[in-house]
Ligand binder design. Structure first.
Ligand code: ZN
Length: 303
């Protein structure tokens, strides 16, 4: 059975801790549970990347802790952070990985582009990462065209370089949700170089949990965006154009992937800029991005 792993803070202390979601309303505080059991853990219970790096040993320890009552807290008592609050390197992203999303963009661009032969990779700065319920800042001096992009994200477990497609899934630790919030005006303003328009502070809501790869099939998950309760994107990961093994093989060719690296796999049709008329986020909007089997990000847009 997959584990749902979170990073959270308690009101009485600021530092992050790792938790396991026991059910919809209960989280297992791994630090407290480990202390109650005694004996060392194979990872630092305050650091998700160290847990991921220890791989199978971590999962075995967490399963053992989960069968005890010690360390359980009501989920309502804690604040969820992004499961990896500050990834060690930029969040990797893929442009145009659903056919319909490419087509809706091409209707606007009218550039006669055809789908790429290779995935189009770009990254989001680590400072863009926020938690599953944190506000997305809205500053009209910076952008007036904030847009949504629900995406399935892969969390790398075992490090690797030149990973063949056939072995790629052995390097996946788990999956989470990314909202690749994008400043469309900035994407255009910098000569079509996307990095700035994808990296504003607070434009990478991540979480709410990392679901371990053991019992989650990433190839048939419904992906949904709602703005103020209205469905804007509703697709399924089965329509990914470049599948996860291909993305890992291409990205790791000549470039080392490490534990805790996040690869967001692209967004389906239904983004704001391609709608008629175009729609962008406004202060007061509530943005919800959801992936079946993983969870929902609920982020207000705040001036
Ligand atoms: Zn994206």
């Amino acid at each position: 059975m997959s584990l749902k792993l979170v990073t959270f803070t308690r009101p009485e202390d600021a530092g992050p801790r790792i938790g396991v979601l026991v059910d919809a309303t209960t989280v297992l505080d791994v630090l407290d549970a480990g202390r109650a059991r005694g004996g060392p853990l194979p990872f630092d219970p305050r650091d998700m990347v160290s847990l991921i790096a220890a791989g199978e040993a971590s999962l075995a320890a967490l399963r053992a802790l989960s069968s005890y009552e010690a360390g359980r807290l009501p989920l309502s008592r804690v604040k969820l952070l992004a499961p990896i609050p500050r990834p060690r390197k930029n969040v990797f992203c893929v442009g145009w990985n659903y056919l319909e999303h490419f087509q809706e963009g091409e209707r606007i661009r009218q550039s006669g582009q055809t789908l790429p032969d290779h995935p189009v990779f770009f990254t989001k700065a680590v400072t863009a990462v926020i938690g599953p319920h944190d506000p997305i800042p809205y500053d009209p001096r910076v952008t007036t065209q904030l847009d949504w992009e629900v995406e399935l994200a892969v969390v790398i477990g075992r490090a690797g370089k030149n990973i063949p497609e056939a072995r790629a899934m052995e390097h996946v630790f788990g999956y989470t949700v990314v909202n690749d919030v994008s400043a469309r005006d900035l994407q255009r303003a910098y000569g079509g170089q996307w990095h700035k328009g994808k990296s504003l502070d607070g434009t990478c809501p991540l979480g709410p949990a990392i679901v371990t790869a053991d019992a989650l099939d990433p190839n048939g998950l419904r992906v949904i965006t709602r703005v103020n309760g209205v469905v804007k994107q509703d697709s399924n990961t089965r329509y990914l154009y470049f599948k996860i093994p291909r993305l890992i093989a291409e990205l790791s060719l000549g470039m080392t992937l490490e534990p805790g690296d996040v690869i967001s796999t692209g967004t389906p049709q239904g983004v704001g800029f391609a709608r008629t008329p175009p729609e962008f986020l406004r202060p007061g909007d509530l943005l919800e991005t959801e992936i079946e089997g993983i969870g929902v990000l609920r982020n207000p847009v705040v001036a």
